[in-house]
Design a protein around this ligand. Structure first.
Ligand code: SDX
Length: 429
């Protein structure tokens, strides 16, 4: 017998709604019949208390700082897996065996090239266009190349679309970097691993041999794993909402990239690094935090705070550790921004304002520093986030399309505008 939630309102009115239990985490009140039985809507701007779907992909416990991909702790996956293995897990629900892994990585490798005509989309952008603008355009344009060969109700078509997106994002992101730098595009190399190939397409030139540093490849691969999925965040919800209308996955992922660009979301890594540059020196931390605490200053401590985590984001801890490894490998132990970030984090975590509001470093606080050390330009940080999150987006999109309960997403509202009124001719206004 499932539990019930009772709603009572007005003069003695009441209604009951089933409470649904998940495998772990909060139960939910199933209010799908609320409007039909009571004439009431719920009101939850920002969806602070609203579950939009049932999912088996990612679980977050914000109070405990726990993140699981298909039940596996992020700490174990970040240490023991590579990104394609995690992408397989997110999509298929289980870690691949050797044959499955080889088949999966083999299929991805054979789809890393983009249609040669796609390269012409780049020349339509100014050289100094923000890479996220380029990614929104070029990923959306993939629809023009594959839309007619995609029946989203055919599981095989869905898997090939997922493989194409996971395979081509590194190529598309690297091409955005090369276009901005005025260097020739580098073709993918099938003899390299997924992340080594990405670094090759980013930093190699036709003029000399380039072999990616394995320590740096491992670090970037871990960064991709940490960003791969995160439950029903804003950009994933965007992909799901776009997909609920039957739009093709390329258009849906392009919509997700647009949403991720925002500084409150994936754009925070770029904003956090710019914030550190703006603070400049540990002696200025107090003055900066004073501004953050001024209610109407509009200044936020970028890379801090999270809708779900009211404790340390487990990814931030792993990102800080990766930072150490990369800076040590590059002999940058005294990197001034890293030392400033460590000092800023220490001061903030001891400051009552942040403690009271349960504001802790999130995934974006350190990711900018390590990406900068890897040679990735600040403007491309969110592009790397989009590359990684594509694995989560395609997994979530597939789960939604295959969900028999899914319908087109169409929220309602509390209308507070003018009631019906008659037209007034202009000479009478
Ligand atoms: C990501 O959802 C996800 O899972 C996202 C993500 C993912 O993997 O997909 O984890 C990736 O987007 C991480 C978050 C990156 N964003 C930033 O670092 C930008 C700075 N952070 C904030 O903008 C904010 O913390 C949010 C947007 C992340 C969360 O905002 P909420 O949940 O809507 O919380 P809120 O804005 O209501 O904040 C509660 C209070 C407010 O103060 P009061 O109005 O109660 O007085 O805390 C304050 C906020 O002003 N606050 C901050 C702050 N974050 C919240 N004050 C200063 N600095 C901050 N960073």
């Amino acid at each position: 017998m499932s539990d019930k939630a009772v709603l009572s309102w007005g003069k003695g009115k009441s209604a009951e709604f089933p409470v649904l239990e998940g495998s772990i985490g909060p139960d939910v009140v199933d209010i799908r019949t609320l409007y039909g039985t009571t004439g009431l809507f719920t009101y939850d701007p920002g969806f602070l208390s609203t579950g939009s779907c049932m999912s088996r992909i990612t679980y977050i416990d914000g109070d405990q700082g726990i993140l699981l991909y298909r039940g596996y702790p992020i700490e174990q996956l970040a240490e023991k897996c590579d990104f394609p293995e995690v992408a397989y897990l997110l999509k298929h629900g289980e870690l691949p065996n050797k044959d499955q892994y080889n088949d999966w990585t083999g299929r991805i490798t054979r789809h890393t090239m983009v249609h040669d005509q796609l390269t012409r989309f780049y020349t339509g952008f100014r050289r100094d266009a923000h890479p996220m603008a380029v990614l929104v355009g070029v990923v959306g344009a993939l629809s023009a190349f594959y839309h007619d060969s995609l029946d989203i109700n055919d599981p095989e078509h869905r898997i090939i679309a997922a493989i194409r997106l996971i395979a081509k994002m590194p190529t598309i992101v690297a091409m955005a970097y090369k276009y901005n730098a005025g260097q020739p595009f580098m073709y993918p190399r099938n003899d390299l691993s997924y992340t080594a190939n990405f670094m090759h397409m980013m930093f190699a030139t036709p003029c000399e041999n380039y072999e990616p540093n394995p320590v740096l490849v491992r670090a970037l691969d871990r960064i991709l794993i940490l960003h791969a999925d995160h439950e029903q965040n804003a950009s994933t919800s965007t992909v799901r909402l776009a997909g609920s209308s039957g739009a093709n996955p390329f258009a849906c992922v392009s919509a997700g990239i647009a949403c991720l660009w925002g500084p409150a979301h994936g754009g925070a890594n770029e904003a956090a690094l710019n914030m550190l540059e703006q603070i400049g020196d540990a002696s200025k931390i107090g003055e900066f935090l004073k501004k953050v605490k001024e209610k109407n200053s509009g200044v936020k401590l970028m890379g801090f705070g999270h809708r779900v985590y009211r404790n340390y984001d487990p990814r931030a801890k792993l990102m800080r550790q990766t930072c150490h490894e990369v800076l040590n490998e590059l002999g940058l132990q005294d990197d001034r921004l890293f030392k400033l970030a460590i000092a800023l984090e220490k001061v903030a975590l001891e400051d009552d304002y942040f403690v009271q509001k349960k504001l802790y470093p999130n995934v974006d606080f350190y990711s900018g520093i390590v990406q900068r050390a890897l040679g990735i330009p600040v403007k491309l940080f969110t592009g790397i986030f989009a590359l990684a999150r594509t694995a989560g987006w395609v997994a979530q999109w597939n789960e939604m399309i295959a969900d028999p309960e899914q319908k087109i997403g169409r929220p309602r509202q509390l209308y507070i505008g003018a009631p019906r009124r008659e037209y007034v001719p202009i000479d009478k206004r």
